[in-house]
Design a protein. Sequence first.
Length: 354
Amino acid sequence: MAVVGSTAGAAGTASTELDRAVSGQGVPAAQLDNVLTDATIPELPNHYRGKVRDNYDLPDGCRIIIATDRLSAFDRVLTAIPCKGQVLTQIARFWFDATRDICPNHVIDYPDPNVVVCRRLDILPVEIVVRDYLTGTTGTSIWPMYREGRREIYGMRFSDGLRENQKLPATIITPTTKAADGEHDEPVTPDQIVGRGLLTSEQWRNVSELALGLFARGREIAAERGLILVDTKYEFGLDPAGRIILADEIHTPDSSRYWLGDSYTRRFAAGAPPDTLDKDFLRRWVTARCDPYRDPIPAIPSEVILETAQIYIGAYETITGKTFELPSPDSPILERIRANLAKYFVSDATDRVG
């Protein structure tokens, strides 16, 4: 059994890197009324609504995935964040392009800033979560388990004396079951994954190697941009030939934690939380006010929603090096998406998989 534990820490002072990362004009309040909360399009077949994305399965083997602005955490939808769906799709696009040499992905086309058309896969029932730090706020994160006194987590042994947000001595994988809507993801060990028949031993070995390779690439590119890729989750599926294909999203602020590298050491030494560039900003706001797994979620103020939107946009601009283009508040997002997907409304769609 692996033993996880090391010492870390250095002196320093608080930083303003987060302010710089999300600085600029900010997200106008007008965008609060220009959010995509429902992407129902009756002309498209086989609609499935996830927590964040609306999906449509076409007769030709394609799937249309529309990223809405819904923000999900703690196994529920908390609110809608302006521009979030567009940010998720475009950041994932950057990373799919940057990692396709490591693992093939499901992407076919991007007909709209919020939309990806992809190959339909048989999604594997395990999410592969890769971690470099002892952190987290959700029930499947390692820090809450460690804080409660557990030292054997995900089949690994953690040493005493570790601190929240401390770097682990080695990258680890903490897999979870992929829960249905309304249910909770469950931590599982590699032995349980194979023993329950969720994956074969060969599949587990392959997805583990792929996940570590993807994470290493993400960590390298993030570091070049002054970011720490703290942890992330991957979903994989099988194509009709049985090949493992990367699906869903990759290295987005929803599926990953990003910290600002320049301020991490100083803030860790001071016992302060890292400057974050992901949805952990809103998760922390919620957990400071309630138990999100048991209590009603308090009303989230407009200023917190707009600040969250700016953090998402800051993540996009920092990662991609591009300026984010705000959607026009005078053009409803769903109308634009419908216009860009009109060619898929026909019932006799030809094969677009290629």
